[in-house]
Design a protein around this ligand. Structure first.
Ligand code: MG
Length: 399
């Protein structure tokens, strides 16, 4: 790629984005997931690109994610190196990619820490004047204990302890030599540990709470609120609910959550009458204030006759994504006396998780009867209700 900066700078940035990011859930690894309107990775790339001392930026990522990296880096000059099986292996690949440019120093950073500031970069570079390495650290304020099998077995003095963040900055040549000297299968907790193992001198500089690591889905909201100006791109939780019912008619199966369930009757409806996915579609539309399923798929439109309801659910999920929203979890309840839903629940969860790109743990399918009461009790039809939760920019408006 072309270098956009006029002068080749001697300080390189290495952003590690090779993790699978599964703990955060979501359809894409967390480093590419949306945080207050930008991919998580982009926050760090923008911070490095905006700093006058930083020259080449290398992103280490799974080659399968190269397109996601380039999309997240749009307009920012980056190179991409193929990540390894461990963090240390990924750092090794990135350092090798940067070596031909012979930078004086390298700042190695986790893509999962979006809150990088120019102040932290300045402090790290200043620390390299009399040390081989430097990292931001924050004081430990909670009391520390060592535990064993649930018992507290030792009080740990916290004086002198810090929580280390990234970027971790190093003079390039000694750090590259430390990497070269480490066993090829070495897996260090962080790059300071690798540098110290090689006997390099390392310093701590003041960390920043905004450099918090985004690990779990709820961290996106917290990081978004730390980073985005209030009211302009802050992330808020949204919830939606949906309800649907269809009448039994002639047929030999019903379709619920895309799964065909044998029954003495079918369900009457314009589409495949999948009340469970209709309720879920309405819940997603409800969460972003985008009307209801009938607004988007009018029953009067012949295109939707017999349509698989996955089309409706996918459309609603696309609208959520267009609004910058990320589905956190969905919960569906089917209400009927028969057919028995329980034997099909896991298949229904699976189909729903797959269509929405969610981990199975974020998808619930339940069933209940009404103990013979009401229209479901009389087996005139069945009903379904659904709830969803999302994280979305505060400014979400798709109408
Ligand atoms: Mg319906």
């Amino acid at each position: 790629m072309q270098h956009q900066k006029e002068v080749e700078m001697p300080i390189a940035a290495l952003v590690v984005a090779a993790g699978k990011g599964e703990r955060a859930g979501g359809a894409v690894p967390k480093q590419f997931a949306d945080l207050a309107g930008r991919p998580l990775l982009r926050w760090s790339l923008e911070a490095f690109a905006a700093h006058p001392a930083i020259g080449p930026i290398c992103v280490v990522a799974d080659p399968a994610h190269a397109d996601l990296v380039l999309a997240a880096a749009a307009g920012i000059d980056v190179s991409v190196a193929a990540g390894g099986a461990t963090r240390t292996a990924s750092v090794r690949a990135g350092v090798a990619a940067l070596a031909p440019g012979a930078p004086d120093a390298v700042l190695i950073h986790d893509a999962a820490r979006p809150g990088l500031t120019a102040g932290v970069i300045d402090a790290l570079l200043a620390a390299l004047r009399d040390a081989d390495g430097a990292a931001p650290g924050l004081p430990v304020v909670d009391a520390l204990k060592r535990t064993q099998d649930g018992l507290i077995v030792e009080d740990v003095a916290r004086a002198g302890l810090v929580r280390i963040q990234t970027p971790q900055a190093f003079r390039f040549a000694p750090f590259a030599a430390a990497l070269a000297a480490a066993p090829t299968d070495a897996a260090f907790d962080d790059d300071i540990a690798l540098a110290r193992a090689a006997g390099l001198s390392t310093r701590v500089v003041s960390g920043d709470p905004r450099l918090m690591k985004v690990t779990y889905p709820e961290d996106f909201a917290q990081a978004g609120n730390l980073l985005a100006p209030p009211g302009a791109g802050a992330v808020v939780p949204l919830v939606g609910s949906g309800y649907d019912a269809h009448r039994f008619g002639p047929g030999d199966h019903v379709t619920l959550c895309g799964v065909k369930i044998p029954h003495t009757h079918g369900l009457v409806g314009h589409s495949d009458a999948d009340a469970a996915w209709h309720a879920l579609t309405d819940a997603l539309l409800g969460a972003i204030g985008a009307g209801d399923i009938g607004d988007h798929f009018p029953p009067s439109d012949p295109r939707w006759r017999g349509a698989p309801s996955g089309v409706f659910l996918r459309h609603a999920a696309d609208l959520v994504a267009q609004a910058g929203g990320r589905i956190v979890n969905v919960d569906v309840t089917v209400i009927c006396e028969r057919p028995r839903v329980k034997p099909h629940r896991e298949a229904m969860r699976q189909a729903t998780a797959e269509l929405l790109g969610l981990p199975l743990a974020r998808v619930s399918v339940k069933a209940t009867t009404t103990e013979g009461m009401g229209f479901t009790g009389r087996e005139e039809g069945l009903a379904a209700q659904a709830s969803v939760s999302l994280l979305a920019p505060e400014t979400t408006d798709v109408r």
